[in-house]
Design a protein around this ligand. Sequence first.
Ligand code: DC
Length: 232
Amino acid sequence: MSEHKIIIAIDGYSSCGKSTIAKDLAGRLGYSYIDSGAMYRAVTLYFVRNNVDVNNATQVAEAIKDIHLSFVFNVQRKAADIYLNGENVEPYIREMAVAERVSEVAALRDVRTFAVAQQKRMGTEKGIVMDGRDIGTTVFPDAELKIFMTADPDVRAIRRYKELAVKNPDITIEEVKQNLEQRDHIDATRKESPLRQATDAILLDNSNLTPEQQLSMAEEWVRQRTGAIADK
Ligand code: DC
């Protein structure tokens, strides 16, 4: 176990496998894993269900007041499920209706202020792995380990297609790729904490790495910082 607990921030493009490495690392270290994207997706689901107009600042501000997000650990998934006003919305937040709108919602200043404040509170005791787009730059600028992930766009599209096709057999790789490209563009060019690599983040391109290979690289980076994770 770790001598002292650290914060691990994992950022990067959509569908680079951030959650896989984050979940694996958290499991190895006994840390909690928080998927910050789930928060933006749950807010988006609320907006979709309640027809909140992203261009109407009053509607957005009112909606945020009505939103309460919480995480409850799910033993089967080995990760926390996100709850929107007491409802487990994990089954709905990965659907295309949400994926198509989430970047627009995540670009809103009020939404980010709301989400980032809660994310910062979750890190006060350290021992956390959080993945997202602005974790190393905005949420935890002092995180002891920052990883910025990238992968070939085709590799990423195929990975996400395989996940989505289980529930949506009609979906095409082209649709998935377009959605990824569009999200990356909005995420990287928005005004409020855009997606970018923190100057002190390690760049990890996992196009040709297996989950086991990337995990052992990340474990080594943790070991260098804490002495944690016993040698195998
Ligand atoms: O990681 P994900 O694909 O589930 O994230 C969904 C969207 O949320 C993504 O398009 C960008 C946004 N996001 C963000 O702006 N900041 C974060 N820290 C995490 C996600």
